[in-house]
Structure formats: C-alpha cells, structure tokens
Ligand binder design. Sequence first.
Ligand SMILES: [Zn+2]
Length: 92
Amino acid sequence: MKSKFATAINCIDGRVQLSVTEFIKNSYDIDYVDMVTVPGPDKLLSEYKNIIEIESIRNKVLISCNSHNSNIIFIIGHYDCAGNPCAEVDHL
Ligand SMILES: [Zn+2]
C-alpha cells in the first residue's frame, strides 16, 4: 500500500516538531508529514508582506504535493512563538 503524506507549514521551533507530526499522523491517518519550516508561519502568511519567503514556502509545498501526493496542508501557529510573539487568540 502506498504511503500517505501530509504537508505542514510549521514553525522552526523544536518544541513543536514532534507534537505536530504525531497529531497529524494520528488524527488524519497519515504515514509521513513533510515539514516546511519558517519562524512564525501564521504571521508570515497572514501579513502577506514577505513575498519572497512566501514563494519559497509555496515551492516547497508544491514538491510535497507533486512528489508525495500530499493533498492536505496544515498551517501551524503555537503559543510562546519567537517568530510570532502574540496572544494565543491572535494565533487562532
Ligand atoms: Zn514559533
């Protein structure tokens, strides 16, 4: 049986890597999670200012989708984020 991949646009923060991977694998019947990391991705994407970085993320996500047939993409925000220091409600 073919492996099922998901794609996560995640923070670089080492504290969230394993928890995000395990959550996605367990919640969505996924075998592997391709991780695209930048500091505070929820801020970067919602502000839509740094187009070069957003295009870089897009290219990496396309590799995950095209080469691994990922058809589910997660955007991660987390508490105590150095790349996006704000209240939990703002992450949400
Ligand atoms: Zn972070």
